[in-house]
Design a protein around this ligand. Structure first.
Ligand SMILES: Cc1ncc(COP(=O)(O)O)c(C=O)c1O
Length: 427
């Protein structure tokens, strides 16, 4: 990372003029006067997502039950249609991708499929900084198999409380490990793990590995043809901007297509025999065999629409701006904020960081409340982290500059002191 950034608002405005993605701001619904830095939690609504959702509502109104046959079965095949638009984000074959459920439910689907413990090989590697739902899903499968969590779970320890070292993960890979589940990007510190190296090392020992792409899908390009993990899951409401609770996604590498889906449902049946209503499950021969029930059209339609934006600009360009605008934010933090007790908790190297900046401060909680009252929407995570995501598709350099100015004012004037330290749930 070597950028010649300069101080001052005019420089930010110059950067906006040079930004090839700046025009996309008009496609997103930004509140006037508000700076939105929380796209790592929930992405913004867009014209594209909204139009697609409204079209689906109108199709339902007009067609009723015939909606499933609209445009040669577009909605009946909605997962396959959206997979065609997702494939370039992770460089996978479209039939390795399905669109359904949530990260949590898709993890259950993956774990019931892939976790087949034996006496010799039964351990599961996770990391101690992972998001709770991933751990809950892993503990569920351990319980379901009648195993003991203490004996089965191998937790990679963090040396600094923020990041996990690849070498520490690899050191835990042994012949008794059955499966590894890790996040591509850690949700608090934004650390991007070396997925290719870790996957390669796991496979050398015959260990299956799955990735949670919650904080990388839509902001970091993946090459699953090269990395070839066993499975991956992701949500669509963060950097993909498909709306609160939008339908999630799942990748199953084609070498597993002959496996029996852990959880079975009639949408996982082959199309040709689905409506024969047989009680014998006739599993589809690709990732579609892992589908469960009827597609939730209104949670998928916004995703279908917003993916047009990604296909229009390409994920590489999104990553390139994301790296640049987050580097600019780090530059401003270093030059303007470090003297006020702020420090950067995410790795600084481009190949080790995701789409948000993890800004630490002892008073981060109260500062996050003060930011909200100053029309800046941040994200706060215990114990002391402001997660700030200048999302490439809709955040401007000028807004990043104004964010830092607002932060400076809040600490300089001690504005945060008027807020209570008692935690109210900040979503
Ligand atoms: C890493 C990670 N996994 C999972 C989730 C949430 O899972 P779900 O989409 O099932 O609510 C989040 C939510 O922020 C997350 O950050």
């Amino acid at each position: 990372m070597n950028h010649d950034f300069q101080e001052g608002l005019n420089f930010a405005k110059e950067l906006d003029k040079l930004d090839k993605l700046h025009y996309l701001r008009e496609r997103f619904h930004l509140n006037k006067g508000e700076i939105y830095m929380d796209g790592n939690s929930l992405g913004l609504s867009s014209v594209d997502a909204e139009e697609s959702l409204l079209a689906a509502v109108q199709d339902w109104r007009r067609e009723a039950i015939k909606i499933w046959g609209v445009d040669e079965g577009r909605y009946f095949n909605f997962s396959k249609i959206i997979a065609l638009k997702l494939k370039d984000l992770i460089k996978a074959d479209p039939n390795e991708i399905i669109v359904m459920g949530s990260i949590t439910s898709n993890l259950h689907q993956a774990l019931t499929t892939f976790y087949k413990p034996t006496k010799e090989r039964y351990k599961i590697i996770i990391d101690e900084l992972n998001f709770p739902t991933d751990i809950y899903a892993v503990k569920s499968i351990i319980e379901l198999k009648g195993q003991n969590a203490e004996d089965t779970l191998v937790k990679v320890k963090s040396r600094d409380g923020r990041t996990i070292l690849e070498e520490d993960i690899i050191a835990l890979m042994k012949e008794d490990v059955s499966l590894i589940l890790l996040p591509s990007v850690l949700y608090r510190s934004a650390q991007l793990l070396d997925m290719e190296l870790i996957t390669k090392e796991a496979h050398k020992l015959g260990i299956l590995i799955g990735w949670d792409l919650a904080h990388s899908i839509g902001v970091i390009p993946h090459n699953f043809k090269k990395i070839a993990p066993d499975f991956a899951v992701w949500c669509s409401y963060k950097y993909l901007n498909a709306g609160p609770g939008a339908t999630a996604g799942m990748y199953i590498n084609k070498r597993h297509f002959d496996k029996s889906a852990g959880l079975k449902g009639w949408f996982g049946n082959k199309d040709e025999t689905q409506f024969l209503m047989s009680h014998n499950f006739d599993q589809d021969q690709d990732a579609n065999g892992w589908l469960l029930g009827t597609h939730n059209i209104f949670s998928m339609a916004p995703l279908d629409g917003v993916l047009n934006i990604f296909n229009e600009v390409g994920i590489e360009q999104v990553r390139s701006k994301s790296l640049h605008i987050t580097a600019y934010l780090m530059y401003l933090i270093d030059t303007k904020l470090s003297k006020y007790g702020f420090s950067i908790g995410n790795p600084r190297e481009d190949h080790r960081r995701g789409g948000h900046i993890s800004l630490e401060h002892d008073e981060a909680y109260r500062i996050s409340l003060a930011l909200r009252d100053s029309n800046v929407i941040p994200d706060y995570r215990e114990p002391n982290v402001l997660r700030l995501a200048p999302v490439a598709l809709y955040v401007s350099y000028e807004e990043v500059y104004l964010l830092v100015e607002t932060l400076e004012k809040i600490v300089l004037d001690r504005v945060y002191e008027k807020y209570s330290l008692d935690r109210v749930t900040v979503l």
